[in-house]
Design a protein around this ligand. Sequence first.
Ligand SMILES: NC(=O)c1ccc[n+]([C@@H]2O[C@H](COP(=O)([O-])OP(=O)(O)OC[C@H]3O[C@@H](n4cnc5c(N)ncnc54)[C@H](OP(=O)(O)O)[C@@H]3O)[C@@H](O)[C@H]2O)c1
Length: 262
Amino acid sequence: MKEPKSILITGGSSGIGAALALGYAAPGVFLALTGRHRKRLEEVAERCRASGAEVATGIIDVRDPEALAAWSAAQDLRRPLDLVIANAGISAGTGTFGETDRQSRHIFAVNVDGVMNTVLAAVALMRPRRRGQIAIMSSLAAFRGFPGAPAYCASKAAVRVWGEALRGMLGRDGLEVTVICPGYVKTRMTARNDFPMPFLMETDRAAGIIMRGLAANKARIVFPRRLYSLVWLLALLPPAWTDPLLARLPEKPASPDSQAGA
Ligand SMILES: NC(=O)c1ccc[n+]([C@@H]2O[C@H](COP(=O)([O-])OP(=O)(O)OC[C@H]3O[C@@H](n4cnc5c(N)ncnc54)[C@H](OP(=O)(O)O)[C@@H]3O)[C@@H](O)[C@H]2O)c1
């Protein structure tokens, strides 16, 4: 089992990213955490420092490839990165208004371009030394398109498949790539969902599963298993059977943010 000592996490200011940062925080560990919300990011950083970790923070939008690459390189100079987790992501409500053009494009920009920006910057740093691990945050929503979240499902499917292929390609250069597919986790992202979320999990528990999976260099970390089985079944069955069922599922409520494309 590997114990990474230098870790970069995008979206470290909240939810799963923050729980991972806190999970890895320990004496001798360097954490490079990014987010956009300064106060939340600094609060997480302080808690990690209290656990003995050395922490650098960067207020960086993952949609900005140059800023992300420059910041990642600066952190790598400080302590060569063992693990980069491309975690930052967004979802948005589709209830009432459906999915606006702006909203769909924004979700792709953060969840696909943002992940690519993070991963490509990491590959550029790790490939020459033929060592390092990259984790890509996908979702159980990556296995079937759900009418309540078209862009979100598609963006997560794109990074899942990209990550699976990268694992084979970059494995030849000594790099490890893992795709993470969680079900519902209790974070700011799911807080607005006003429908029952089966097997909803606490962030700490989700972070523990992810950390163990990464230590074992799993190709795919997927949980909870019962929801995974259900999603697999939905993906296998003919759409003519499943579409009527999926059309009846509740949708995430629209928010002023989602309509503004934030
Ligand atoms: N919660 C779930 O049920 C669930 C399930 C499957 C997959 N996931 C995935 O897990 C990841 C983390 O989500 P979460 O549930 O922990 O939600 P969250 O609490 O809302 O955290 C999202 C993180 O992404 C960051 N972020 C968003 N847009 C960004 C941007 N443009 N540039 C930089 N950082 C940005 C946020 O930073 P700021 O707040 O500082 O902007 C925040 O740290 C996402 O990729 C999500 O799709 C979540």
